[in-house]
Design a protein around this ligand. Structure first.
Ligand code: BG6
Length: 494
């Protein structure tokens, strides 16, 4: 386990939806690791809230089981688990009802010391965000140091997101609203900023003069994992592109901020969002692809199709989306950004590929072989790393022969430490009151506006998802999206 870190200020961390999947699978393990690294003060507490009537001990038991399930045995330390469990409390509250009796029990769990940080984490259905915030206020548990954390999705389009933001904003000021996008907490995503702004090498080339195109792929092998009800209403565009992809694209394309100050980063990101060209109706068929997986096989194992996972219910929801996007500004004019995400793809892997332009003139002659353009691959997961392909002379006599070989940085090999989960960093940032890796309201609004144009186009054209076999890279149109431009997706390990 890592060395002892600087402690964050004392806090009470209240998780609404405390017995839900997100809380048990992601939040509690993340907090456990922060405990193990010594980041929590003695008097910091974690309080689960849900409607289930149960005791704090029963809740602790749920946490023990979650830690056993989601944390490798070698990283489960009995003494740390004991310490962690001592912080845990539980209150059964109908959080949408300020008059619910449970609020008094919750209030009794909360430390009344003035100035102590209070975090309200809403790991619930977003439909409840407004009502829960009002109840927090009306039930009298709101303090000046209270923060609220909102999980995605914030709404399902621009109008509904505005309604949620208005409701939450009526209770919490913007600087105390933390809209989480866990991709921003990923080590590799933060490293994108370090790569760009911590090295003199890349930034001069990071523009349309040198970059031919950019690809962002998030491929998953999983299906909808029992989240069919939510997923079928969302689809890949809303589930992944509206948030994670837009954020990755912003970090990739933004101008260097003056500092990492929260508003400087977010001011730069919003400029990218506003420069993102809307994909209007006439361009929808050309620049977007929707797919839905049918039964197939992944790693030799048969897997059911999407419709089968929905128990046969018919659905026009996309489980894959590919988009050719453009950023209309001086830096990126004419450089396509190809975005692609899908479930039930052949391998799990997320990466950003920056394909540079070819050299302007070949001095080597035909016999030396093709001079391939440089390519920078930022691998987000798994096996985080950075790979830069460069042309090299193949050793030996007999004339010059060239080959593209990679300069390879593997995080696992270079940094032996465990790579923390995205939530670990983000949860502590909430306590610290640092919102730089969270989405500001105007970002959510601008992202939805871009997404809405696509979704409306699909609806108007009645553009249904094309089938693709589970375990494939998607329908042929996804390959054609690039082939038309004389390019192809970077699939697999070349
Ligand atoms: C979530 C989506 O936001 O991100 C899921 O709702 C998706 O559908 C997940 O599986 C992917 O996250 P990660 O961290 O596994 O890449």
């Amino acid at each position: 386990m890592g060395e002892r870190m600087q402690q964050v200020q004392p806090f009470d961390f209240v998780v609404f939806g405390g017995t839900g999947d997100l809380a048990l699978r992601k939040l509690m393990p993340a907090l456990y690791y922060r405990e193990a690294d010594g980041q929590m003060t003695e008097d910091s507490r974690i309080i689960g809230v849900s409607r289930t009537e149960q005791s704090a001990d029963q809740f602790r038991q749920q946490i023990i089981e979650a830690l056993e399930r989601y944390i490798p045995a070698a990283e489960r330390q009995p003494a740390v688990i004991d310490r962690f469990l001592r912080r845990i409390d539980y209150a059964a509250v109908d959080a949408t009802q300020p008059a619910s009796e449970g609020w008094a029990a919750l209030n009794a769990c909360l430390d009344q010391t003035p100035g102590k940080v209070r975090v309200f984490y809403l790991a619930t259905s977003p439909a409840l965000f407004g009502a829960i915030c009002r109840s927090i206020r009306d039930a009298g548990v709101l303090t000046d140091t209270s923060r609220v954390v909102l999980e995605k999705p914030i709404g399902h389009d621009r109008a509904s997101a505005k309604a949620v933001n208005d409701e939450v904003g009526a209770v919490f000021p913007e600087e105390r609203i933390f809209r989480i996008d866990h991709y921003l907490g990923k080590e590799s995503v933060q490293n994108l900023m370090v790569l760009r702004f911590g090295n003199a090498l890349f930034e001069p080339l990071w523009n349309s003069g040198w970059v031919d195109h950019v690809q962002i792929t998030v491929a998953e092998t999983v299906g909808v994992e029992g989240r069919g009800d939510y997923y079928d209403r969302a689809g890949a565009l809303r589930d992944m592109v509206q948030n994670h992809f837009v954020q990755l694209l912003c970090l990739m394309a933004m101008e260097p901020p003056g500092s990492l100050n929260e508003d400087q980063i977010r001011n730069e990101k919003i400029k990218v969002l506003r420069a993102l060209r809307p994909i209007e109706l006439a361009e929808i068929k050309r620049n977007t692809v929707r797919g839905q997986y049918t039964a197939g096989a992944i790693n030799g194992k048969p897997v059911p199709g999407y419709i089968q996972e929905l128990n046969g219910r018919r659905s026009n929801t996309e489980t894959l989306v590919a988009i050719r996007a453009e950023v209309d500004n001086w830096r990126w004019g004419g450089v396509p950004f190809y975005l692609r995400t899908g479930k039930r793809m052949p391998t799990r892997g997320s990466e950003i590929v920056i394909q540079f332009k070819s050299i302007p003139h070949n001095v080597f002659g035909r016999d030396a072989g093709e001079v391939l353009a440089n390519r920078l691959i930022i691998r987000l997961q798994p096996d985080e790393g950075v790979k830069l392909s460069i042309m090299t002379k193949v050793p030996g006599p007999g004339g010059l022969r060239l080959r593209s070989v990679p300069l390879n940085l593997s995080y696992a090999e270079t940094f032996k430490d465990r790579s923390p989960d995205a939530y670990e960093r983000l949860l502590m940032d909430v306590v610290r009151g640092n919102p730089s890796l969270f989405m500001r309201r105007d970002e959510v609004d601008a992202a939805w506006s871009w997404i809405d144009t696509i979704q409306t186009g699909w609806d108007q054209l009645d553009m249904r998802p094309e089938p693709y076999a589970a375990g494939s890279w998607g329908p042929i149109s996804s390959a054609l999206l690039l082939a038309r431009d004389g390019r192809r997706w970077h699939d697999g390990d070349e």
